[in-house]
Design a protein around this ligand. Structure first.
Ligand SMILES: O=C(CO)COP(=O)(O)O
Length: 136
């Protein structure tokens, strides 16, 4: 992938409206980043914010979480924002866990709910200037 800081955006189905609204509200800051996303989430973010630089990968259940995990392992993703639905069983639960594990192994900032995502965005992007992602 081309240079520049990269944020991964993922939302489970029950959280996709939240993610679209989050992206819309933080469109200005997100426009300083390349964004990778699982397929359906990426589509929703692009629909909400057509000018953002979003690369939609495979849908989560079809390997999208694993693709993002691989990008984390190769150092290409600097931050993960993942709006998780904790109340629904998923066929690809093992993929979700593997992704969270890799984000932990490579110690990238990872928000698994909206409250944390808001704080990560504030912490990383408003204080020290847009475009700077703290990775430790
Ligand atoms: O299932 C997901 C993450 O585990 C999200 O995938 P989609 O964005 O393709 O719905």
């Amino acid at each position: 992938m081309a240079g520049g800081k990269c944020i991964a955006l993922i939302a489970h189905d029950q959280k996709k409206d939240d993610m679209a609204e989050f992206a819309r509200r933080h469109q200005q800051v997100l426009s300083n980043f390349r964004i990778v996303a699982t397929g359906t989430t990426g589509g929703r973010v692009l629909e909400a914010c057509p000018t953002l630089d979003v690369l939609p990968l495979k849908s989560g259940p079809l390997g999208g979480d694993q693709q993002i995990g691989a990008l984390i392992a190769t150092g290409e993703v600097d931050m993960l924002i993942f709006f998780v639905d904790p109340l629904t069983a998923m066929p690809h639960d093992v993929d979700v866990k593997a992704l969270m594990r890799l984000a932990t192994v490579y110690d990238i900032p990872m928000a698994l709910n909206r409250a944390t995502a808001e704080r990560l965005i504030d912490f990383n992007l408003s204080g020290t200037g847009a475009g700077h992602v703290q990775t430790n």
